[in-house]
Design a protein around this ligand. Sequence first.
Ligand code: AHR
Length: 615
Amino acid sequence: LLVNASEASARKIPDTLFGIFFEEINHAGAGGLWAELVNNRGFEAGGPNVPSNIDPWSIIGDESKVIVSTDRSSCFDRNKIAVQVQVLCDRTGANICPDGGVGIYNPGFWGMNIEQGKSYKLVLYVRSQESINVSVALTGSNGLQKLAAANIVAADVSSWTKVEILLEATGTDPNSRLELRSSKKGVIWFDQVSLMPTDTYKGHGFRKDLFGMLKDLKPAFIRFPGGCFVEGDWLRNAFRWKETIGQWEERPGHFGDVWNYWTDDGLGHFEFLQLAEDLDSLPVWVFNNGVSHHDQVDTSSILPFVQEILDGLEFARGDPTSTWGSIRAKMGHPEPFDLRYVAIGNEDCGKTKYRGNYLKFYTAIKDKYPDIKIISNCDGSTRPLDHPADLYDFHIYSSASSVFSNARHFDSAPRRGPKAFVSEYAVTGNDAGKGSLLAALGEAGFLIGVEKNSEAIEMASYAPLFVNDNDRRWNPDAIVFTSSQMYGTPSYWMQHFFKESNGATLLSSALQANTSNSLIASAITWRNSLDNNDYLRIKVVNFGTTAVIIKISLTGLGQNSLETLFGAVMTELTSNNVMDENSFREPNKVIPVKAQIEKVSDNMDVVLAPRSLNS
Ligand code: AHR
């Protein structure tokens, strides 16, 4: 491998090249990164008609003691469903309540993770014609072990009353539930029941451990809130940003019909922009352009949808005194968010209304926000786009060898005009399982191609990012979690090899002509702002099944000595079996392993293990 470190042969990699793509899929947000512990907190998930299903809420007590139903008596206009708990039993008399009382409980998203010493903020709305004495408890999954408890005692809750309680946990159970019980005959209504851990990232509502996994990738951007999630199977179920802002209690929530689950939209437009800011990443907003999987808005009726998006841009970037900017300011962020990229739709290029609708959005956005970069869904890598765009979207899901060989796809992509945004890439199918080493190697080869072609590519992100192990809608994913655990798949760890690449300098590097097609390599240098030193990173994927010895020859180092310029560390991602995966039992089976390189020279032999990513 010949690496020329001289400036003459070098080129800057875009600052934005590697980022992440967050989609509300696999309970990535609701029951994942968004730390809300109550599932279906407003009882809205069963639909707007009553009686409705309150799942996963369940009843404590049999029907001789308690009857639970829903009605439309909520004080919140956009989510009218409330739950009614009719307590038939009492402390005394003919129908005595069981110990602890009767009521309802919420198991969270496959169990709430309650941890000893931590505190949880409970907020709920309650109403009753009589005085109430409701006991609130966090208990283990069988309802026996009490981890925290409090009582709501009130003489007059004849109109809806907000109750806030801080619960301190005295025990730990990742499979806990929240119980609301009473032993007093009467009817009690509850609505908008929320339980949030108090130690979310900066208090912004993001689960800290999962947030940390994202931050560690140093993503330059975050694309959100999805791919198909944005489109919806039907437009009526698509993500509509206006329904996701303001006070959480007032948000209607919606059923994501592509991935088939309800979200309360606690993680809404504001929170996504906040997440981007907290990650030091640029937000990339994907919005619905009047096209879903099964229905489309005709271009002649698209203007209200265009206005909706202009309002969303004003919400993100407008002056705090503007109509929508003032709502953002009220939500605690008077400064505009740094929104510079939007994508008009997702995978919609083939749809009949796409181009017509696209142009309406494009023209209106450029008119008001000329600096915003607009991403088209149509692939411009093989032929020029027939419409204006700053970037074009490119998605690739395929076998490991196909993704690996697509490293060369962009060799012939246009160097002028719109640049590529590889906003979804992954090895899928049998090669990937639930996240194999083989998949990560195919993707690493592809990303080396992305780096080398970064004149034509501005951004790239893996998909999907998260999976709650209890609701696998898509395999594989980068980060797997439950209520209390998490691990990265090899594809997650593979991305760590690229986290210094944003804004780095790409050096000219070439493998000798007779080298196997199973090898691909790149070299970058960058200055570390912490120690002010220059670093050189050479990445090589050995996709083949045999070990390879390569000679790395460095030229053009100039005055710099190898010892100061070249960190003498080799990092390897490999395993005994190429189909090896990480798991909760073995989270570190396939992770990068570092070793000191004993003898550094500008002409050295390096052994590459079979099926390995090395740097
Ligand atoms: O990443 C999963 C899905 O794959 C995305 O929602 C969609 O854009 C693509 O088809």
